[in-house]
Design a binder for this molecule. Structure first.
Ligand code: SER
Length: 318
């Protein structure tokens, strides 16, 4: 039987492209896009869209039952920088929202739930290079705290109630469609827009601030691959994944290969503290071993593709 997948946060940076690819694979009507606000047109073109606030438990249960959903991908989340500005909002949206989704999964006996985690689960006491899958998780941001809580709650629900919970610790995601909002790694997307539009960019992180990253096609691939993985192959429920690591200076130099006049300046702000508490590089061998994860894009191929896609969409030649 075809899956019936409900996606929350479906017009966020990842949700927008994920819904599109899920609809290609499982057909439009089987992928239900949801969000709190009015959806962009593209989400209502090829399949159903419903308003949903995950903090409203009744609305969540009703939708899941009425639409015959068996799988939830719960992407609605407040990211790291917004979470530091408004920790109470991050707590409610991320922890209470995910708890509601886990409870609905249990009560309605759904087949599977996937809730994203992040490199933000790690903190200053974690080894920062080649950070292992199973290591110290004592984050210092509210976003990180909320993602650790989600992993632990999901794993508890799996052990205690037998639900099928899965989670990916996304690194910074670079994409050419929807903008990210309120994250610490957002600079790696903004830089492309500014390089094309203004040939210069002021970066809110230091030039040597190395972070793990991934291009959107790989992000969509690992999300769907994990969803499709056989449950018996999974010894873990929460997985490190990465594709590359670079600094703002590295990506600026890569962009300069295509746009030689491009200039970058650095004015680190409060987001630098968040970046300094996160890993520089990630060991994702557990994901590779358990469900065959392998990224396709590195800094060079991602930069070339991003500039091509974005210049076409913005109609700017370079
Ligand atoms: N991109 C996210 C953030 O910066 C990391 O999970 O908040």
């Amino acid at each position: 039987m075809a899956k019936r997948i409900l996606v929350t946060g479906s017009y966020g940076q990842i949700g927008t492209e994920l819904v599109d690819e899920l609809r290609n694979r499982y057909s439009g009507e089987n992928v239900i896009a949801t969000g709190r606000k009015k959806p962009p047109e593209v989400l209502t073109e090829d399949g159903p869209y419903h308003r949903l606030d995950v903090l409203d438990e009744t609305q969540l249960h009703t939708l899941l039952v009425e639409l015959n959903v068996d799988t939830v991908i719960h992407n609605a989340s407040v990211l790291s920088a917004t979470g530091e500005k408004n920790p109470q909002l991050a707590y409610r949206t991320n922890i209470q929202g995910s708890f509601n989704v886990l409870e609905a999964t249990r009560a309605l006996n759904l087949d599977q739930v996937q809730i994203p985690s992040s490199i933000a689960v790690f903190g200053p006491s974690t080894p920062r290079e080649n950070t292992p899958n199973d290591t110290i998780m004592r984050p210092t941001s509210m976003y990180g705290v909320s993602k650790v809580a989600i992993e632990l709650l999901g794993e508890y629900y799996t052990k205690r109630f037998g639900i099928d919970f899965r989670s990916l610790r996304y690194p910074g995601i670079i994409s050419s469609e929807a903008m990210p909002g309120g994250g610490t790694t957002d600079y790696a997307v903004e830089i492309f827009y500014e390089a094309l539009k203004n040939k210069k960019y002021t970066c809110f992180l230091r030039k040597d601030s190395m972070l793990p990253m991934m291009y959107m096609p790989d992000c969509i691939k690992c999300t769907i691959d994990l969803m499709e993985a056989k449950e018996e192959d999974l010894a873990h429920r929460s997985f490190n994944i990465t594709a590359m690591s670079f600094t703002p200076e590295d990506i600026a130099n890569e962009i300069k290969k295509h746009i030689p006049e491009f200039e970058i300046e650095y004015e680190p702000d409060y987001r630098q503290d968040i970046a300094d508490s996160w890993p520089k590089s990630i060991d994702d061998s557990v994901a590779r071993e358990e469900w065959g994860w392998e990224p396709e894009y590195d800094l060079e191929s991602m930069t070339k593709d991003m500039l091509e896609k974005l210049s076409e969409r913005l109609d700017i030649e370079y």
